[in-house]
Design a protein around this ligand. Structure first.
Ligand SMILES: NC(=O)c1ccc[n+]([C@@H]2O[C@H](COP(=O)([O-])OP(=O)(O)OC[C@H]3O[C@@H](n4cnc5c(N)ncnc54)[C@H](O)[C@@H]3O)[C@@H](O)[C@H]2O)c1
Length: 266
């Protein structure tokens, strides 16, 4: 008996936030991803992806699955609508899980679920596999050009002169919760690693400023009884939003394809 899910039923999908990352997802959906019906978007601007622009409430009502590509501070509002209507949410702003713990509470009273794509990070597949056995330690070291940290609370509070940094310098070391407070705009990857591995309290984060760096690099080191995972990714800034990286947009498209492709690497 053929599985109807792969051939007949289409998942109704919408995208909230059509900036650098959301546009990558919208373009892919507009071109067509097997198993999905692109229903709508929600953005303050009027994006032109051939579907209507609607409120978070309407988007949740009309969709089975909503993709979030918003500024983190808007994520709780979207999560309330989507999970409140028992729909599923793909959340790229992983840092919102650390910054707004009420999002966890929303899942407790919902039949909807939250899926966090790998984003700008690599190696999470192995980390989730090792977490099924035992992980002893998990660390992420993120390196960016100094200007990438402009305005971060840790930089402002400690009066760090970013323009004076002439060599690779450690700006911060702490756990993922502390990193979220110190560098809220730079902790998506730390939040994703925490979720895949051993949680935010035990996940160590280092933040480095390197004047010779051209893009953003993230290196994870995860140790368990049976494996040591060392993985590094170097991302060039997204041309439309230098704070973002295109890999994060592609990771959402990949996650969507994984959910509807009959034979897939997971
Ligand atoms: N997980 C990762 O590895 C990773 C990597 C890069 C970026 N991110 C996160 O992804 C998110 C999106 O990044 P981006 O580069 O696409 O951002 P962006 O600024 O380019 O786009 C955000 C979009 O949201 C829209 N928007 C803002 N407020 C809104 C509201 N109230 N209602 C509807 N739309 C609203 C804006 O108009 C804009 O189009 C950010 O939170 C960023 O931190 C995650």
């Amino acid at each position: 008996m053929p599985n109807p899910n792969f051939k007949d039923v289409k998942i109704k999908i919408g995208v909230a936030g059509c900036g650098a990352l959301g546009s990558i997802v919208c373009k892919a959906l507009q071109e067509g991803i097997k198993g999905y019906e692109f229903v709508g978007v929600s953005d303050l601007k009027t994006p032109d992806f051939g579907v209507p622009n609607m409120s978070f409430n309407e988007l949740a009502k009309n969709c089975d699955l909503v993709v979030e590509c918003l500024p983190p501070k808007v994520v709780p509002e979207l999560a309330r609508e989507v999970l409140g209507q028992n729909k599923d949410l793909i959340m790229i702003s992983a840092c919102a899980l650390l910054l707004y713990p009420e999002i966890y509470d929303l899942t407790q009273n919902s039949q909807g679920r939250i899926m966090v794509p790998s984003g700008a990070l690599s190696g999470l597949d192995a980390v989730t596999a090792l977490s099924c056995a035992e992980i002893e330690s998990a660390k992420i070291a993120s390196t960016k050009p100094p200007k990438g940290f402009k305005g971060a609370p840790h930089v402002v509070q400690n009066d760090i002169k970013l323009d004076d940094i002439s060599e690779k310098t450690l700006l911060f070391s702490g756990n993922a919760y502390e990193a979220a407070k110190a560098f809220p705009a730079n902790v998506n990857v730390a939040a994703s690693l925490s979720l895949a591995g051993i949680g935010p309290e035990r996940t160590k984060v280092e933040v480095w400023a390197d004047p010779n760096a051209t893009g953003n690099a993230h290196e994870i080191t995860v140790k368990g009884g049976s494996s040591t995972i060392i993985n590094r990714v170097e991302n060039q800034p997204d041309p439309t939003n230098p704070k973002s990286s295109m890999l994060a947009g592609h990771s959402i498209v990949a996650a969507l394809k994984k959910m509807t492709t009959q034979i897939t690497a997971v």
